[in-house]
Design a protein around this ligand. Structure first.
Ligand code: EPU
Length: 459
């Protein structure tokens, strides 16, 4: 009875509303999630692979399982503005990049999304020239791109930074030995150098390369395009340059962070959820830590089942590059630790600003002390509903999880951040029994965003 009454208080759900960036998500929490959920394609695999499609001087690339999310919209617009012909139909994106028309990347896309900087490598490799605005810092912290620029210089580019943009020219474009930072082993720098090296003369070796699954997905695509990449997924990647790449077909991996979001939501609500479409190998430490906390987790080749009816204890984590505990999962994990039976200590080693969501959790009754990069999470018996605001993508997801656990009506604003990386989050949660809806508030962003089914082409 109670749940029927609550449901009637909710506004209608809308499913595709990436332009409605004044929307909020309304949740009537306290309902254990139950059922099965299918994970969508990975944002962080799609973005470099979309950029890499610019490397093909002949033939079309056909990308399957591309999620319908705002960051993909931005990348499609970015590569289209450079001359690629882009068509989207459901989760398939077809790109013809035979004729690039400019090596100047529009500022507006890079300002909206750091990963727009991925076009720097294909532009340099194919046109030997690139003018790409620097992405700058973001709410997560300073986020420099010095590794990318140093590598491009080693490969022969002359680079200056003028008016906030990287201006690069490469009369010679050659393979090089690139040593990345051993602690950070940047994903972005690894994928940018892999793309750059495919059309360079000779051999490139990346040491301390990032080992994330997204790097493997890109390496696979580059090889299908005629590239010669070996070692993707290990800390040493070797790329033998070739003179030309062609379009290819590629399946985008499913999104491990989205999977982690549903797992954390199931745990916070003491639910029972099977997450389909993800190999447990893509979430190694995350799953182990929950098992250590006493959560029952079973796995198959491409599914993970969480049964979280019993209380669980607090466990400590420290973020690190893959196969370590992913920083993108940290806000989700910390939120569940708020509701554990004992204290936990969460260390963030990748970003200096990744506890930005904690003040919002405190407003919901969490008890967390932060000193520098360490959060001490004191367990509380429950969280309370509140009006909260997301400050970035994973912060937004953490607040959704907290709201699902908290009894009463929560409202999460700044949904535009959640739309950057989650496809149909509200609908998928509804299918798990959550009382969640999207509420349309007046729209202020009127810029056209390409939707699946629309054709985007340059004139
Ligand atoms: N770093 C440098 N210099 C560089 C590049 C990176 O110092 O030139 C440092 C960064 O400041 C950071 C660390 O290296 O401390 C790791 O940064 P990385 O380059 O790996 O991050 P990224 O490639 O910009 C990707 C994901 C992020 C994710 C990080 C870490 C994409 C599009 N983004 O970013 O995802 O947090 O790797 O795993 O793949 C998200 O999806 O919410 C998200 C932020």
């Amino acid at each position: 009875m109670k749940s029927v009454q609550l449901k009637q208080e909710l506004p209608e759900v809308s499913v595709s509303s990436v332009t409605k960036n004044q929307d909020q998500i309304v949740i009537l929490g306290g309902v254990p999630l139950r059922g099965e959920v299918q994970v969508s394609g990975s944002k962080n695999s799609s973005l470099p692979i979309l950029a890499a499609s610019l490397l093909a001087s002949r033939g079309q690339s056909v990308l399957h399982n591309v999620p319908s999310i705002a960051d993909v919209d931005i990348m499609c617009k970015m590569i289209s503005s450079l001359g690629a012909h882009v068509t989207r139909e459901d989760h398939t994106v077809i790109i013809d990049a035979s004729h690039l028309k400019t090596s100047v990347a529009p500022q507006k896309y890079v300002r909206q999304m750091r990963a727009s900087f991925y076009v720097a490598a294909p532009l340099l490799a194919r046109l030997h020239s690139a003018e790409v605005p620097l992405p700058g810092g973001c709410v997560l912290g300073t986020r420099p791109i010095d590794y990318h620029i140093n590598a491009f210089r080693k490969m022969g580019a002359q680079i200056t930074v003028e008016r906030g943009a990287m201006l690069a020219k490469a009369e010679r474009w050659e393979g090089a030995k690139v040593l990345l930072d051993h602690k950070n082993s940047s994903v972005g720098a690894t994928v940018n150098i892999m793309m750059a090296a495919c059309l360079a003369k000779g051999t490139t070796v990346i040491e301390n390369a990032a080992r994330e699954p997204e790097v493997i997905n890109l390496g696979d695509f580059l090889n299908k395009m005629g590239g010669r990449v070996s070692g993707a997924g290990t800390s040493t990647i070797t790329i033998e340059g070739v003179t030309e790449l062609h379009g290819a077909e590629q399946e985008i991996y499913n999104d491990r962070i989205e999977a982690g979001t549903f797992i954390a939501a199931a745990i916070a609500t003491h639910g029972d959820v099977r997450v389909r479409g993800l190999s447990p190998d893509h979430l190694p430490v995350f799953l182990e830590k929950y098992q250590e906390a006493g959560v029952s987790i079973s796995t198959g080749e491409d599914w993970i089942q969480v049964q979280a009816s019993s209380p669980y204890s607090g466990v400590d984590i420290s973020t690190s590059p893959f196969p370590g505990f992913a920083t993108d999962l940290q806000p989700l994990f910390l939120t569940t630790m708020c509701l554990a039976q004992s204290k936990s200590v969460i260390q963030e080693t990748i970003y200096d600003g990744r506890f930005n969501y904690v003040p919002e959790l405190l407003r919901m009754g969490a008890d967390v002390d932060i000193t520098d990069n360490t959060a001490i999470v004191h367990a509380v018996p429950k969280l309370g509903a509140a009006q909260v605001k997301s400050s970035d993508l994973r912060a937004g997801a953490a607040l959704v999880i907290a709201s699902l656990a908290a009894e009463g009506r929560s409202e999460i604003s700044n949904v535009k951040y959640i739309d950057r990386g989650y496809e149909d989050l509200a609908t998928k949660l509804q299918n798990l029994g959550a009382q969640v809806a999207r509420q349309h508030l007046p729209t202020i962003d009127t810029e056209e965003v390409p939707q699946p089914g629309l054709k985007i082409s340059h004139k």
